[in-house]
Write a protein that binds this ligand. Structure first.
Ligand code: XMP
Length: 318
């Protein structure tokens, strides 16, 4: 019978044998799969694993700094690369959802290629690919590895794509990956984290992206997600987030008429993201969250809750 401890033991032994003293590069996303893959490889080859964690400027509030610290705390040899300006400059003026995704994919490949060149003599590229990614080949929720897969044919093969590939989680389902992570003492907080799309907040800002809009949405999202945690609702939701809508609406603040942004909150139940139902969050929670957002986030004067299921509505709005 399959147990996480036995899987770790066998896999670490296999990785040691396969990789020896070669250098390995791995792109961390903050997500469960890349984190578990990194910790497994770290157990096998220690400092020969070079992890790269890219900030695309579209992560949740404080996510880059917090997660980087967690990774360092786990003893991983990780380099945090803040490429926010590169991504946001490349996205300037673009409103089309698919073009935004392409730009982010392309810039990620460029940044990752630059960084991987700094690891001299690397022989392997490690990826947190899991079994559903293998069978579907196009992953809906993948991080860096999915980005790489869908963009590797744009403008020739970057050098890191020519490395030998090692995918230690290739035969595992998501729940098995979580169990393996838990058996290696990765925190529940990291393992129980909601899925977050590779393009991040870019596809939750409808229309074009500016630094100001990213900052507003990060604040709104943080109030919503922290609230879910505080109210003990986080784990009963599969995924949650906020969308910044490209509309202003009229409001009133004191004696002043306001004309400001509207945000939509979305929380869904799902098993794999293919179908999803909106979550019946308590009215008291929605009331408190809406008040907090409108009182604390300048530029937002209206909050709505998305009560659409997938299909036909997708989870993301773009
Ligand atoms: P939709 O919006 O298609 O989302 O119902 C289903 C799941 O996929 C995630 N998603 C993405 N993940 N790159 C990703 O890595 C993307 O471009 C992307 N678009 C959607 C979404 O967050 C949800 O979990």
């Amino acid at each position: 019978t399959w147990t996480p401890d036995a899987f770790v033991e066998t896999t670490v032994a296999e990785l040691k044998k396969k990789i020896g003293t070669d250098k390995v590069i791995l792109g961390l996303s903050g997500g469960v799969d890349s984190t578990v893959a990194a910790v497994l490889l770290h157990k096998a080859i220690g400092k020969h694993l070079h992890c790269i964690f890219v900030n695309n400027g579209l992560l949740r509030k404080n996510e880059f700094e917090d997660v980087l610290k967690q990774y360092e705390g786990m003893g991983l040899n990780v380099k945090g690369v803040d490429a926010s300006a590169r991504f946001l400059d490349a996205l300037a003026g673009e409103s089309d959802p698919e073009k935004k995704r392409k730009i982010i994919g392309r810039v990620f490949v460029e940044v990752f290629d630059d960084e991987s060149h700094l690891v001299e003599d690397a022989k392997w590229l490690a990826q947190g690919t899991i079994y559903p990614d293998v069978i579907e080949s196009v992953s809906a929720t993948g991080g860096p590895s999915a980005t790489i897969k869908s963009h590797h044919n744009v403008g020739g093969l970057p050098d890191f794509m020519k490395l030998k590939v090692v995918e230690p989680l290739k035969m595992l389902f998501k729940d098995e990956v979580r169990r393996v992570g838990a058996s290696m003492a990765i925190s529940d907080d990291r393992l129980g984290r909601h899925p977050f799309p590779g393009p991040g907040l870019a596809i939750r800002i409808l229309g074009d992206i500016t630094r100001e809009k990213v900052a507003i949405l990060q604040e709104v999202d943080a109030i919503f997600i922290d609230g879910l945690r505080d109210w003990g609702l986080y784990d009963s939701v599969w995924q949650a987030g906020a969308m910044l809508l490209p509309v202003n609406s009229v409001g009133v603040m004191g004696d002043e008429r306001t004309y400001e942004k509207c945000v939509a909150l979305r929380a869904v139940e799902s098993t794999d993201g293919m179908t999803a139902d909106w979550v019946n969050l308590p009215y008291e929670f929605l009331q408190k969250t809406s008040n907090d957002i409108i009182n604390k986030v300048p530029g937002v004067n209206r909050v709505v809750y998305d009560i659409s299921s997938k299909p036909p509505a997708t989870i993301e709005w773009e």
